[in-house]
Write a protein that binds this ligand. Structure first.
Ligand code: TXA
Ligand code: MG
Length: 322
């Protein structure tokens, strides 16, 4: 199949109506979208990504006012967080109605609902009378794409069209929030920080990393480049080797050549670091290094999501943190 990259929203809408899959921009990362109400369309997402069927998909809607046909209830916590952070990088796990096919939720009783803020996917949704199921548009287990080119490079030939909406402004996936026994649980840290959620809701619990995840994005090994990646805190422990790539938080290291290093955020603004993270990981992954070493960033705000993604990218390695 020939894959075209373009900006024709109406064409993308017509493909989606015909049960094709389409690459779509969102403010977090690019998604691989299909009609969420059509099992035949949704199967194509799993096939193109090589994604296991036990990993459920997020359903994207244009507004909280449009989710009623798909969810059995909208609890108070979801209305509150929805008012504060939607449209935006947050996903709510809510009890699903029959209208959402089981393949979307992997048979789970809850559906992940997200209201994206990117203007292109919002315009696309406004032309459709169904919501869009969309995981990140990367092969299963690899780094999420933050540009149309990233999607093309990895999924060319597996989909007819990629809608180009520029670079994703948030750069890490949405925060996934749900409720268990009346308690708010964070299943994935992402574009809305824990501090922001806690300032509205009080203390929340985390259920981030487990080998039997509620949220398989919480699978230990995920978001990984092909080059082995290590996290580090102490620069003195780095091996002095020309053939390693370095992802630095704010400043380059003098002991290494500039060409082997990338800085996430010269000013220390963690939003910028999140925006740059996956692009830099991909770039270094393509440079043929024996290993990549990534500096841990401060564990506040979006720093939590950044450290989480770096940790998951490094998980296959025996001694992954120095
Ligand atoms: O920012 C994002 O969330 C992006 C953009 C495209 O919206 N999407 C994304 O989708 O990251 P994906 O499939 O790569 O990750 C979605 C996460 C997974 O960890 C999945 O397991 C979890 O959300 N999830 C989705 N539906 C769920 C459900 N019904 N129950 C539990 N976890 C769910
Ligand atoms: Mg993903």
């Amino acid at each position: 199949m020939k894959t075209i990259v373009g900006t024709d929203i109406l064409y993308a809408a017509s493909l989606l109506r015909q049960e094709w899959i389409v690459g779509v921009p969102t403010e977090t990362v690019y998604g691989l979208a299909a009609n969420a109400l059509s099992p035949a369309a949704v199967i194509k997402i799993f096939t193109a990504k090589n994604r296991p069927y036990f990993d459920p998909l997020i359903v994207h809607c244009i507004s909280i006012d449009h989710i009623q046909p798909y969810v059995a209830a909208i609890p108070d916590w979801a209305s509150t967080l929805g008012r504060l952070f939607s449209p935006g990088p947050i996903t709510f796990l809510l009890p699903k109605k029959q209208s959402i096919p089981d393949i979307v939720t992997s048979g789970l009783p809850q559906v992940g609902i997200r209201i994206p803020s990117h203007t292109v996917i919002r315009e696309l949704l406004s032309h459709l009378d169904f919501p869009l199921a969309a995981p990140s548009a990367n092969p299963f287990g690899y780094i999420s794409p933050t540009s149309a080119k990233h999607v093309f490079d990895q999924l060319e030939g597996k989909l007819p069209y990629i809608l180009d909406g520029g670079e994703s402004s948030v750069g890490v996936e949405s925060t996934v929030v749900g409720e268990e026994n009346g308690k708010l649980i964070i299943y994935r840290v992402g574009g809305v920080s824990i501090e922001e959620i806690e300032s509205a809701m009080g203390k929340v619990e985390y259920r981030l990393s487990t080998s039997q995840p509620m949220s398989p994005g919480a699978l230990d090994s995920h978001y990984a480049p092909k080059t082995p990646l290590h996290m580090f805190t102490d620069v003195n422990k780095l091996p002095h080797d020309n053939n390693i790539g370095l992802i630095m938080y704010m400043t380059l290291l003098e002991a290494f050549s500039e060409s082997q290093q990338r800085v996430l955020t010269p000013s220390g603004d963690l939003k910028l670091a999140a925006q740059n993270l996956f692009k830099i990981m991909r770039e270094l992954d393509g440079m043929g290094f024996d290993a990549i070493y990534a500096e841990r960033v401060p564990q506040t705000g979006l720093g939590m999501a950044i450290n989480d993604r770096l940790k998951r990218a490094s998980i296959n390695i025996l001694s992954n943190e120095i």
